[in-house]
Design a protein around this ligand. Structure first.
Ligand SMILES: NC(=O)c1ccc[n+]([C@@H]2O[C@H](COP(=O)([O-])OP(=O)(O)OC[C@H]3O[C@@H](n4cnc5c(N)ncnc54)[C@H](OP(=O)(O)O)[C@@H]3O)[C@@H](O)[C@H]2O)c1
Length: 358
């Protein structure tokens, strides 16, 4: 059967809100799904299909991966499932990321023109797609001139291999440099930043990037929204077997920190958030933590991570919590967290947005 004859699953956005990704025209669902450690890693075969289908049926049409996730297997699994489920390409927003590469050669990673172009081609081959919607620079590469990086991503866009490019974990200075270099050359700059943002990780997205939202309309696709599961409350009584912290060696230091003052303090806060979620919002701490991120107007999409379809369904309860996040509830959350970053100083002058409005 040719591709054109395959019966396509119809996309129904259900009650999923869509936001523009930065100042671009691309509309992204408020919740998307990513594959780090999970799809192609701890989850392979039919369960990947079940997770993606559950997300798609619930209005999620945006899927995030990277060349490095599960050493390329995440892209392979995602590509296979998109085909097997018969998802229509135009319904989907697929994003991937380049930087770490899969081999150890001096040009197999980073952001040289060589790796950006070769890496894109290899990612597309693994995904079995002609293009991705957004291609991210997974980290900054200060060993490559910014002009080379900007020109290479523009070449990828010109070739039709990606519609937009974006950054991940770049400093505000680096993002701003990319904007200015692109502007000077009459080229396309990055449209968004994929940054870590959750109740325990706030400085960069809420303070450092603040001027970028105002000046350049920077969009964000936020990652580890549940702090790898900590904010679900699943680690309140220890480390459950088969959980991320039990199975992923890279979280050894996190596990250790949970026995120390800093970690114990986080668990104390999660317990308080759990009480607030149950008693005042009749929801779960996971849904509360995700809704809190979605409430932030600078969040374009919150990338969920899930090892089962049930987690996707539970986490999407955040959509029901969103309208319940009144100023009073937000204030209660701030009091529990006690970590709101200070806004940049304005020395008494009111801060205005890029259009000069309050
Ligand atoms: N750009 C970057 O540098 C970068 C870095 C990291 C991630 N990301 C992107 O962001 C996505 C999300 O990040 P993340 O996976 O770290 O997100 P996360 O939401 O912080 O953690 C997800 C993990 O928490 C657990 N979990 C999720 N929902 C749960 C629930 N309702 N109940 C119990 N446990 C639950 C699951 O792990 P277990 O079931 O195994 O415990 C799940 O895999 C990634 O897939 C990736 O696309 C990007």
């Amino acid at each position: 059967m040719s591709d054109a004859q395959v019966v396509k699953l119809e996309f129904d956005p259900k009650n999923m809100p869509f936001r523009r990704l930065g100042l671009s025209g691309l509309r992204v669902p408020l919740f998307s799904l990513g594959g780090w450690l999970t799809l192609g890693g701890t989850v392979v075969g039919d369960p990947v299909k079940d997770i993606i289908k559950t997300a798609f049926d619930a209005g999620i049409n945006m899927f995030d991966t990277a060349e490095a996730y599960a050493a390329g297997k995440s892209e392979l699994e995602m590509g296979r499932v998109i085909k097997e489920l018969g998802l229509r390409r135009t319904d989907l927003i697929i994003t991937t990321k380049l930087f770490w590469g899969l081999r150890k050669g001096p040009n197999d990673g980073g952001l040289s023109r060589k790796h950006i172009i070769e890496g894109t081609q290899e990612s597309l081959a693994r995904l079995g797609l002609d293009y991705v919607d957004v291609i991210f620079a997974h980290r900054p590469d200060n060993t490559v001139p910014m002009e080379e990086v900007v020109r290479a991503f523009n070449y990828v866009i010109e070739k039709g291999w990606a519609f937009y490019w974006a950054t991940s974990e770049w400093s505000a200075r680096e993002i701003e440099e990319a904007y200015h270099v692109a502007d000077k050359l009459g080229l396309i700059g990055p449209i968004a930043e994929q940054c870590q943002h959750n109740m325990f990780h706030r400085e960069r997205p809420e303070q450092e990037y603040e001027p970028l939202y105002k000046k350049y309309g920077l969009g964000t696709t936020v990652w580890s929204p549940l702090a790898s599961g900590l904010l679900t409350g699943k680690y309140n009584e220890g480390i459950p077997p088969n959980s991320r912290l039990a199975t992923e060696p890279m979280f050894k230091s996190t596990v250790k920190s949970l026995q120390q003052d800093e970690g114990k303090e986080k668990i104390r806060k999660v317990r308080e958030l759990t009480k607030l979620a149950h008693e005042e919002l009749q929801t779960t701490p996971a849904a509360l933590a995700l809704a809190w991120l979605a409430k932030n107007p600078n969040t374009s999409t919150v990338i969920l991570g899930a090892t089962s379809p049930e987690q996707v369904t539970e986490n999407l309860k955040a959509l029901e919590v969103l309208p319940k996040l009144t100023d009073e509830i937000l204030e209660k959350i701030e009091r529990i967290l006690g970590n709101k970053p200070a806004p940049p100083p304005t020395y008494g002058r009111p801060s205005l947005d890029r259009f000069g409005r309050l």
